[in-house]
Design a protein around this ligand. Structure first.
Ligand code: FES
Ligand code: FES
Length: 187
């Protein structure tokens, strides 16, 4: 089947298998390997991309379901050679170690800041609670998002004081990556 969608601002038309998952379409067919694929259980969240501005676990969505929509991947964060504040924040605050979770974390953070430009620590932790990082302990990721919030265009805030509080992993945030129910199977 043929699908057309907008990916990182560019209109893309491609022939795909109806059963192809969005994560595989992005990685294997378009070469956008910044979106990672980390599990077969919809748990890790490293595959998160934005679909019409909402974070979605792209391993739970068929590429065909994205037809007609706007998809943004981690490759679309940097614009005209300038890093997104979220990318800069991860760099400034060492919000990564191995980096495997980082693309999904950054896309979810981007969606959060688009919706709430001044989130408190709890809100940030809830937003990323659908994603797993096995390296950082999450604290530096939270700092990175706080840094980004303080350095968004027009922001005049100082980053929140550093916190040593551990993650709460609340499951109710509306900014967690959405899990879609693929139609017709996932393989
Ligand atoms: S690859 Fe793990 S949730 Fe998508
Ligand atoms: S930095 Fe290694 S999984 Fe998060």
């Amino acid at each position: 089947m043929q699908v057309t969608m907008t990916i990182n601002g560019e209109r893309v038309t491609a022939e795909i298998e109806p059963r192809l998952l969005l994560v595989h379409f992005l990685r294997d067919q378009l070469g956008l390997t910044g979106t990672h694929w980390g599990c077969d259980t919809s748990n890790c969240g490293t595959c998160a991309v934005l679909v019409d501005g909402e974070p979605v676990k792209s391993c739970t969505m068929l590429a065909a379901m994205a037809a007609g929509h706007e998809v943004r991947t981690v490759e679309g964060l940097e614009r005209d050679g300038t890093l997104d504040p979220v990318q800069q924040g991860f760099m400034e605050c060492h919000g990564l170690q191995c980096g495997f979770c980082t693309p999904g974390m950054m896309m979810t953070a981007r969606a959060l800041l688009d919706r709430d430009p001044d989130p408190d620590e709890q809100t940030i932790r809830e937003a990323i609670s659908g994603q797993i990082c096995r390296c950082t302990g999450y604290t530096t990721i939270v700092r990175a998002v706080q840094w980004a919030a303080a350095h968004e265009e027009g922001a005049e805030r100082e980053p929140e004081p550093r916190s040593r509080t551990g993650p709460t992993a609340a499951e109710t945030s509306t900014t967690q990556p959405r899990v879609t129910e693929p139609v017709g199977g996932t393989t």
